[in-house]
Design a protein around this ligand. Sequence first.
Ligand SMILES: NC(=O)c1ccc[n+]([C@@H]2O[C@H](COP(=O)([O-])OP(=O)(O)OC[C@H]3O[C@@H](n4cnc5c(N)ncnc54)[C@H](OP(=O)(O)O)[C@@H]3O)[C@@H](O)[C@H]2O)c1
Length: 333
Amino acid sequence: MKAFVVEKYKKKGPLRLTDRPEPDVRENDVLVEVHATAVNLLDSKIRDGEFKLILPYRPPFILGHDVAGTVVRAGSKVKRFKVGDNVYARPRDHRIGTFAELIAIDEADVALKPANISMEEAASLPLVGLTAWQALVEVGKVKPGQRVFIQAGSGGVGTFAIQLAKHLGATVATTTSAKNMEMVKSLGADVVINYKTQDFEKILSGYDLVLNSQDPDTLEKSLRVVKPGGLLISISGPPDPAFAKALGLNPFLKLVLRLLSRGVRSKARKLGINYSFLFMRADGQQLGEITRLIESGAVRPVVDKVFPFEKTGDALVYVETGRAKGKVAITVK
Ligand SMILES: NC(=O)c1ccc[n+]([C@@H]2O[C@H](COP(=O)([O-])OP(=O)(O)OC[C@H]3O[C@@H](n4cnc5c(N)ncnc54)[C@H](OP(=O)(O)O)[C@@H]3O)[C@@H](O)[C@H]2O)c1
């Protein structure tokens, strides 16, 4: 099968299109013929070597974290899917590789694809949809009437998270630049701040939850937006001790992560707010909930561009500009 691989860790290094053997199918796996995939900044960060310590993929390896396609084989213990099902997934860490014609995925990571959207739209959803779900539903437990601030509302995570927060009954503030303000309003944002001309920390206060996805400066400012007892969730770091524990890291790495987040945790403590780092994980059950949100019309996918498979490298370059409006998908079949 054809696949795009990382041959060696290198900042902005190219992906190579190559022939790879078909994946082994374990007893709990489905083999999915990939119709579409999508790009995440995590792909670039892994290729750059930024995640080498916590996700030690050994080159050459196939990149890619999102997939929509059709089940073409099912392992002997697979219960929930059959050959011919249209599915989508964010395969679990250590088993990624969706920039390929086929991928074997544990059925626990898979859900039926929403019937009302294309393969490209479906492939755009798993990683960002699960991130938003885990932040707002699982960790944040957002309730009607709460106020939620979602940074970068025009990005992959933001476009999904705004809609999910509105669906949960929250009032939603977001940041973006002038050209995307109408788009985030159309997704339901109540308060839209132009981050190029306005300081969100002077406009927002007393928020129940902030979803931080930007740099350390923005994280620091975000602390002042959360009300006492509220929650600051960061998906762009720094990682906290709970994350190190969940990953089962060695004592040295545990200490490193503890030190990296010591500053923000101590500031949060003094302000009486909770800080939590989130690194999303694969979850087919939650993805099933996302299917229901899409099919009911509560959330719609936002796809900026679709690239052909042979232009996967260009798709990565485009996402790395940081200007994507929603998601960037790739047609594989
Ligand atoms: N921990 C996790 O599990 C997890 C999961 C998913 C993503 N992430 C991380 O979360 C971050 C966001 O991911 P993403 O996929 O949503 O990114 P993305 O789609 O590439 O974000 C692009 C968008 O961000 C906006 N933007 C850029 N700088 C901004 C700023 N300073 N303030 C507000 N908006 C800004 C841009 O709008 P303009 O063009 O208008 O500037 C653009 O629409 C990345 O660092 C990613 O690695 C982490």
